[in-house]
Design a protein around this ligand. Structure first.
Ligand code: 173
Length: 327
């Protein structure tokens, strides 16, 4: 049998490899999630990790070290920035202290696919590069609205006399309706409900069963508002220096795949969770007509006004790029 020189070199392996055949060693990336492992908002990331580790054998390996037990959610942004971790699954609500403009991401009306086309993704990536030393690899959670959940009824869009658990996601909206606010990470919601220090909490339509909150929840207020964004971030030095083109392309391809399946998956999961909540005895407080309009208008207006306040230089550009798309 005769071999061409290239095939022969391949056959002889790395010991005789020419520069032409030089191959980067497998890179291991340390990753955390800001949500508990196995729960609703870690799931897309965990699928991503599994796929990278399968399809990227010999190229990239993600060492997923865990969720809030290994790192408090509000510290994840800093850990990405400083390179304490290479990668994270995190919502911007947990890193608005580093990148205030990211508070506007939940106000997006354009899908992530539209954002990748109209320049929004590029703009937001640049902000992440500059302020968070991070590459904005993916956005999941499209099509998942947030809701207000309560332990006591609500007759109108007015939260005077209600103490509500928040993160930056809900802060401006619930404050505009007169609520007292208590900020906690997700891991402290159950205890706050149990002790009766809150009358309710903000949370998406998905996930209240993950940490057992259904036992303490009596009402969900409809309609939902805003859109969840849970992002895959990569430390920028890792992205630029530790990875080569092939490794970056692999991560980007799988991340974009996850974004694409996320929307359809979410529509189905949202419907299942609504049913599951009803079956668990959680009643719907459905605001209708004028009240519904007031609820949604206050959410949007208070949301953007707050972005303008904390990120005056980026708010208008964010709004222009993130809204006005036809879904
Ligand atoms: O903790 C939260 O309520 C929160 O901000 C959030 C954001 C995205 C998904 C789930 C929760």
């Amino acid at each position: 049998m005769k071999f061409k020189p290239l095939a022969l070199a391949l056959l002889l392996g790395a010991a005789t490899a020419s520069p032409l055949l030089a191959q980067a060693a497998e890179v291991t990336l340390r990753a955390v999630s800001s949500f508990q492992e196995g729960t609703s908002f870690s799931r897309a990331f965990e699928t991503f990790v599994k796929r990278v580790n399968e399809e990227g054998k010999g190229l990239v390996k993600i060492n997923y070290i865990g969720g809030p037990k290994v790192m408090p959610p509000f510290e994840v942004g800093n850990a990405v920035k400083n390179g304490v971790v290479d990668m994270a699954n995190v919502t911007s609500a947990f890193y608005t202290s580093l990148l205030p403009a990211a508070d506007g991401l939940k106000l997006a009306e354009c899908s992530i696919q539209q954002q990748r086309k109209n320049g929004a993704w590029a703009y937001i990536n640049k902000l992440h590069n500059e302020k968070l030393n991070a590459y904005y690899l993916a956005r999941t959670g499209d099509g998942v609205p947030f809701h207000l959940y309560l332990t006591k009824p609500l007759a109108k869009p007015d939260l005077h006399g209600y103490t509500i658990r928040v993160t930056p996601v809900y802060r401006a909206f619930f404050a505009a309706l007169g609520a007292n606010l208590v900020q906690t990470p997700p891991g402290e919601v159950y205890t706050a409900l149990e002790r009766g220090v809150i009358d309710g909490y903000g949370w998406p339509i998905q996930g209240i069963f993950d940490l057992g909150w259904q036992d303490k929840t009596k009402y969900r207020v409809d309609p939902g508002f805003y859109t969840v964004e849970v992002n895959f971030l990569v430390n920028l030095d890792t992205w630029n220096k530790k990875l080569d083109d092939k490794q970056r392309a692999l991560l980007q391809r799988i991340a974009t795949d996850i974004e694409a399946t996320n929307v359809a998956d979410n529509a189905k999961i949202n419907a299942e969770e609504r049913k599951r909540q009803a079956d668990a005895g959680i009643k719907t407080v459905a605001l209708e007509g004028e009240q519904r309009t007031q609820w949604l208008d206050t959410a949007r207006d208070a949301g953007w006004a707050y972005v303008k306040q904390i990120a005056p230089q980026q708010a208008d550009e964010m709004r222009k790029l993130l809204t006005g798309c036809d879904r």
